[in-house]
Design a protein. Sequence first.
Length: 279
Amino acid sequence: DVYKRQHPATAANVATLNERGAVLVGPEEGHLASGLVAVGRMSEPARLLGEVRLLLSRQNGPLAGRKIVVTAGGTREAIDPVRYLTNRSSGKQGYALAQAALDAGAEVTLVSSAVGVAPPTGATVIAVDSAQEMADAVLAAVRDADVLLMAAAVADFRPAQVSQQKIKKEGGAPVIELTPNPDILQLVWKQREAEGSPQVVVGFAAETQDLLANAGGKLTRKGLDLIVANNVSQADAGFAVDTNRVTLLRADAEPEILPLMGKNAVAEEIVGRVELLLA
Ligand code: PMT
């Protein structure tokens, strides 16, 4: 529609390209070289690459036609209107999973509490803040999904009372009582038993000790098909960095210990296992 407002020659050329099946990206609105602010800017290279990637994967990816919900980021639990409790999750691992699922041809919904990370082109992003908001969004999104990849670092507790006003220091150091948040994966398990979807659920376990025992416990307690055991005690793996070191655990198979890898490569490994689980 942008082109309808353009010079007739441009509009005609665009119509010809459309007829030939070309996919058009942009132009974007913004500052032009002429100094005007208008439609005419080239789309950013990251967007162009994202669109090309999406187009290639849509054609014959192994997960074409599948719907995948991915969660990413650390939830934020309000203390008062200006303060919250959170954790060190950047969202990088979850966003890498979303990209890997898109690359495999899946339709991706990214339920995200991450800030400052660019979502991959083609993902439908649902922005959330708290664990409760994430729970609501995930339970709704997985109703018609094939897979849930739960990479978010969800706060186990939130302040029992949220102060409606900014807490003043003159009142002295406050005592903040905490109350448990819902366990999203356990809620998904219950819904899945009643409704049948999603077919495959993958959880993560961020651990600083007894990695396999703790992750194995979560695999069972949360009704998962696969858990990604993430040793977050080393500086080059886990929260915020670009690399990760994980072990993939299933109830009916030997643990698969993966070496230190980029988060994109870890994501591709996980999406590869998901393809096998769906098959
Ligand atoms: O975001 P990055 O900076 O890239 O870091 C990636 C990561 C370290 C956050 C990621 O790889 C990871 O390990 N994510 C899981 C973190 C976590 O919260 O682990 P957990 O062991 O506390 O929880 C186990 C599983 O239960 C997780 O899938 C979690 O999403 C889920 N959970 C946790 C609490 C809760 N109330 N509801 C849940 O569903």
